[in-house]
Write a protein that binds this ligand. Sequence first.
Ligand code: ADP
Ligand code: ZN
Length: 723
Amino acid sequence: MFAQVIVDIAHSQVDKIFEYSCPDNLKAGSRVKVPFGGREIDGFVIGVSRTSAYPAEKIKPVSEVFDEPNAIIDECLSLMQSISSRYRVPKAAALRLFLPSEMRLGKVREVFKRYAVYTGAEVKLSASAKKQKEAFEFISANGEWAYADLCDKFGRGAVDALADKGVIKAEKRKLTRSPFSGLPEGGAEKVLTPAQKTALESIESSEKRVHLIHGVTGSGKTEIYLNVIAREIERGKTAIFLVPEISLTPQMLSQLRARFGGAAAILHSGLSAGERFDEWWRLRSGEAKIAIGARSAIFAPLENIGAIIIDEEHDSSYSSESAPRYSAAEVALMRAEYNGAKLILGSATPSVESYVKAKDGVYNLITLTERINKKPLPEIIIADMRKEVKRGNNTAFSQALREELDQTLKCGNQAIIFLNRRGYSRTVMCRDCGYVAKCENCDVTLTYHSEENCLKCHYCGAKYHMLSSCPECGGKHVLYSGTGTQKVVSDLKTLFPKARILRMDNDTVSGKDGHYKILKQFGERQADILVGTQMIAKGHDFPSVTLVGILDADMSLHFSDYRSGERTFQLITQVSGRSGRADDKGKVVLQTCSPENYILRYAVKYDYSSFFENEISIRKATLFPPYSLICRVMVTSESQEAALEALKGVYFDIEKLRANNHGQFIFMNKMHSPVKRIQGKHRFQVLMRLAGAQVLEQIYDVAVRYSSGSVLVYVEENPTNLS
Ligand code: ADP
Ligand code: ZN
């Protein structure tokens, strides 16, 4: 037999398949050691065959087959091929998605511990062997004990002597390193509400592959997911549960553990290497049947999947922004189809793309309009920051928010202050009247570029002069970049000297359970106010929070992205959902300089369907996704010359494509990327808006053609970030 092997060399460009001769029973997916370039390295068998195209004398034998179940299951082997061809990444790179890195590099192995096990053998112990007797009594009473500990207690000589006599036998056992073992118990199983029952029945009976649960925050979606999983487990199947943010995994894991015990395993980039390795093998060996984690958990080594759940499906973290640039939802669909499994998407604010599919009947749409126990959604109050500026209030807090905070603290409740900070982009917005500078061609907000002192449209590359005053009202405060966390915290300390304040953002969160620790502290009420960025917006359930302050609704509203309206609506709904989850009614104060903006108007009323109708008609009129596909071919290189040379070629070839595909190109241009250099690499791009995916594959071909050792050319589809 012959094995096709991908050798795993860290940092190497080797993406060839090598052939070795191998034992007859070798299975595709196995891990092997092979001779390669004069040394032995690890490899993965991606296929086996009876014959080989190479001459026999050129083929070397596999040197070692790992004694373990095949690491890569058949489905993942085929998925690897699909991912490699769909996103044009080398097979070795696609393969890496399926394996914990510590396994590939052979740095971590299983940890074994020796146990002494009582055999029940009858022996005579001489009266003088006091220690042996003691050890004998101990082990016969306990049945088994860690060998080393037993030696510590009774002396190595005595224990070894018992082993020699056959009273005990030594047994090597695999130790499992278990992450988050100190998690609090999750809640018990609940009696389902009629709405939850209906949702479950619909998921069970619908013939459709994909189910979209559109349920307001606090409508009990989690309980539906858990029941779907329970049903699949009963059927002998497995499940994958994706959450958008790793900080949310411990919370979900404790619920899963309460329900399913050790059948739940966590795949989490923040785990220690050993933990990750063990959790991965628990899934692969079938001991664990439910994988929970962020985006990359979609590659869990589970067979026989019955359901895949993507919670907060609208979240942008489900698309990878670095190579391989895959979409977890797309991979989830591939896996669901392969296994005949259900794919369940859930959100209080589904993405426009998903909701269109649900409305068109492609997805099974399930709507939950009420919170559990008919609890009201928190009231959202708009604070007009233009008036605050006029009144001479230069703090980050409006009068309304200050009063509400005061009230909340007096009642002994907790508050969350949310700072809406996205990247470092700055826009022109008049603090006096709310005017925002937009592109005349594209209707998206312009971004300020300080090095050229100009405004640019990231969608068409148009440049505009920087404004020194507002064209609407003549106001002078036009450049806008939001407030930092530090200023917010210091303002808060001045306003409420007695309040205990916790801060959570990228600067304060570090380590594997950094998020978890801060959230836990806040959950245990060790603080009154939590100040944070995007990472506190999602999914957390803090019963004592009755007030949420959103400081800069405008930051995302005027972000230069065609999705800025959608993102803002999602964010406001998500953040507001953190308020008033238990008995006390919640409130939200939303600060903005554009109080009449329609997105904010709909968000305040939780009116998703009006928001959606409005948004989709704009997308249709302006030809933005889902009525088009935004495609960017990036050309980057340390050498500007080489990059420009490649860019010319790329543009030329795409221009040819355009000539041959009438109507497919709505827009196309080549230009410097908005950020011209990152880490010493010059960045250029061909930016396109396509009518559909018809020419996409050929665009990938072009990118592959011009990629070389010194120039990196890659394709982005509907990128989240156009900088
Ligand atoms: P969502 O994910 O839709 O925002 P959750 O699943 O977090 O909502 O549920 C909101 C709250 O309602 C949680 O505290 C949850 O424990 C509770 N809950 C969910 N289902 C039920 C039920 N059937 N009976 C009682 N409480 C429930
Ligand atoms: Zn434009």
